[in-house]
Write a protein that binds this ligand. Structure first.
Ligand SMILES: [Cu+2]
Length: 113
């Protein structure tokens, strides 16, 4: 046995607990990022299930401006012109219905657990 493989083995053993603690810390603070397209005057998907603390990015693929505005006031992208994106954080658990302020028939629901 040469010296090099032994050193590699020792380095692997020393690094393992560090890698484990880093991945645990990431799991504890990890917020998922969700994506919603706004296209043809509709949200896609219109219904999402997320965890509280997750983010949702809305991208407007239409030429008309849109918003994604929670009826309960918990989030609002503000005006998104064509081609623009806005990211909101779903801070509170619960069922959050949202609509477009310019086109109130455009509706969606985010359920946060
Ligand atoms: Cu709209």
């Amino acid at each position: 046995m040469t010296d090099i493989p032994r050193r590699t083995a020792i380095a692997t053993i020393l690094a393992a607990p560090l890698a484990l603690s880093v991945s645990r810390a990431r799991a504890a603070s990890h917020a998922a990022a969700h994506e919603v397209m706004i296209q043809g005057f509709a949200f896609s998907p219109a219904e999402l299930e997320v965890a509280a603390g997750d983010t949702v990015s809305f991208t407007n693929a239409d030429n008309a401006p849109h918003t994604a505005t929670a009826m309960d006031g918990s989030f609002d992208t503000g005006r998104l012109n064509g081609g623009e994106s806005g990211t909101i954080t779903v801070a509170e658990a619960g069922t959050h219905e949202f609509k477009c302020n310019f086109h109130p028939a455009m509706r969606g629901t985010i359920t946060a657990t």
